[in-house]
Structure formats: C-alpha cells, structure tokens
Design a protein around this ligand. Sequence first.
Ligand code: C5P
Length: 431
Amino acid sequence: MSTSEHPPTVLLGITGCIAAYKACELVRLLKKAGQRVKVVMTPAACEFVTPTTLRTLSEEPVALDPVDDPAAPIHHISLAQEADVLVIAPATANTLNKLAAGVADNLLTTTALACAAPLIVAPAMNTHMWRDEATQTALAVLRQRGAVLIEPETGELACGDVGEGRLAAVEQIAEAVLAELRRSRDLVGRRILVTAGPTREYIDPVRFISNPSSGITGFAVAEEAARRGAEVILVSGPVTLPDPFGCTVIRVESAEQMLAAAELHFHGLDAAVFTAAVADFRPAERATQKLKKTAGTPVLELVRNPDILTTLAGRPAGTSGANGAGAADAADAAGASGATSATSASAVGQRPYIVGFAAETEDVELHAREKLAAKGAHLIVANDVSAPGLGFASNQNSWLFVSAEASEPTGVQPKRTLANLLLDRIVQSLC
Ligand code: C5P
C-alpha cells in the first residue's frame, strides 16, 4: 500500500509466455503516466525477457526467485504490502490455475497469495489452453474473488493457431491499472462508519435471539473503504471474521450497544453505511440466571429495538450522542475510546451520506423505495434474499441501488466488487 514514504505502487507480475516482451511496453506506459512500477518475474518469464531490460525500464530492482533473498527478508510479504494494485500481464494458464488454487511455489504466486491489493489478470496463451475447462474454471474462481479479467484478443497466435488467446492491447491493460489506482486513494480524508453483522438479544446468560448474518458485506465495505484511504469505524455484532486491515473495529453484541457505539463515533462523518442485520425485537427482560426448563415454559415478552439507521439518519455529523454533545466533546470521547482523530472533510452541521440495506423477498424495488423515504436514507441497497445461491451465506450477491433519482441493478457480482460499486457511489455523492 502507498504510504507517506512512497507513491502508489503498481506491482507487475510477468509470467513465462511469448507475450512477456509486451510487458516492457506496459512498464513504459505506466511510468509515462507517473506511476511507480515494481516488477516480479517467474523463473519462466526470465527465459523470454531479461530482468535487466525490466530493471532499466522500471528504474527499480526486479524481484526474482528464490522467494526470499538476503537483501529482502520476507520479500513476498514486503512486495505484497507495497502493492496498491497487482497486475499479472501476461498471465499464463499455469499461473492462473495456481492463483485459483492458492498454490505458492515461486515469488510471484507467493506474493499474490499474500497480497490484499486488487488483482488484474491479462491472460495470454494458445486458444486450446484458453478454452480448457481447467483454465475457465480458474478464471471463474478468480473473478468470483473480485479479480479483474482483461480478456485476451482473438487473432493469430505465436504458435500459428488463430483464435482467442492473444494478450489484450497494453494500452487497455494500462488503462485498467490506472483506473484501479485512481480508485485506490479516492477516499483519503473521508471518515466512514459501517455497521455489520447480526445482533444478539439475550433472553438469559446463555440464550439469545439472533440471525445468520455473516458480516461479510459490511466487512468488505469497511476493508475496501480503508484500502481506498478512508478512516473507517466498523461497529460489528458477533461474527467470526477477523478485523479488516486499517479499520477501527468496535465489537458489540446487542442493538442497544450497536446504537451507542455508532452514536459515539458519528461525529465528523462523511458517510454511514448500515449493513447490520439488527434484531427488531429484544426480550423485555434479560434473566440474570439461566432459565430452568423444570420451571415450566417461559412466555417471552418482546419490545422493539431502536432503529439505528433511522435514529442517526437525521442527525448532523457534527454532533454525537443522545445528549447532543458538540463535535469537540464527541471527538474527545472518541479519542478516549481509542478511535483515531477525525480527518473528515464534512462540515459540522451537515448530514453524512446515509446508506441503508433492504433484504426483500418480493417487490424489491417498491419496498426499497418505501424504506428510502421512511428511514431518511440517501441510498437503499436492496437485494432479493429469496434468490437461490445469493445473499446471506454466499460470497456473491446482486444489488439494486435505489435513490431518489434512480434504481440501478448491479447484476450478480462478488461481494467485494459490490462493496466497491457502493463506494464508487459514495465518492460520487461526496464530490
Ligand atoms: O427495516 P429493516 O430492518 O428492513 O431495515 C434495514 C436497514 O435498516 C439496514 O440498513 C439495517 O442495518 C438498518 N437497521 C438498523 N437498526 C434496526 C433495524 C434495521 O440500523 N433496528
């Protein structure tokens, strides 16, 4: 990732294929566009183009096997961390299949496995290798994980065959890399709150009301926002996911705790994204001891939980807490609780951009539009939870963005890609 010490970095992986020479032109184009380019080559790539050529063009040392060298201990990790985008061009069938399977047997594949930056692959190979089921399955797996695929062109191949498999134009690859880099810093100076996961509403010390929300969507939004430079506060109910990189994470259990944490960190926000599947009801009373079944069947009285989104949607970002404390008080409170200082561009008194979610089983757009008005959100992300293979337990989903102006479907996408589409909209609205 880029830091104050160095600019955004393109990590270019080159694999062993006749099109490897075109990577030289790609380095030249990216350098001309003002980017820092670091090259990592597989051993086979060095048979087609020399590291010296790439070192000269990139003006950086070229990373080569063995995986770790004495000058760069844990080289695959330092390379992975430096990358703002990893582009593999040309990408052979061999490397694509390894990436899909998580094989890490050379410096490039090991770095790729350790790399959290967006991955762009530009395949180049013989038509039959391209069409092979193994290659197509690997590509589907990579796409499903959010990788950007730059389709090869059709034409005459080095082996004499005619068909798909020729590396896409280097200008097209460079443009995809630059687009990804533009995205990579477009939330710098922005402060975003995300709620995620389910809540637990305790009946007694060992029993609770909850739902199967995995938190994947909220965590993906939080992690991608942090990667794009935002200061992110993630308030999450109980999930098994690890803390996303670069976010302040506050773990809570109940809806009331989630509201309190969200209120405490509401100051100076540019946007708030409410992905949490908050329980609508909680037991009116929580028994202090485990309820005994020998004591008969209990009758549960439920009361409504606060609606976190609705409670906060009308509130200016310059204030925090139910007591209406000012921004400075709130910032002190946040500092005391370990949150980083606000770097937001949002003016005190302005509402942050509010995004709510709507899981529907029918009339998705109609219900989302009703929710938009009822909750005071700027955008509702609606999805049909009855669609097979999508939603709660899946890594992909299909959303409908519903705002006052329009309704726009995303089509089926990996959740990480959806997170970025949502962040694109937030960026647009903040401009
Ligand atoms: O009303 P419904 O639960 O369908 O609304 C879903 C949206 O409202 C989600 O964005 C969810 O995070 C938010 N919500 C909330 N607090 C609640 C219930 C829902 O923030 N108590």
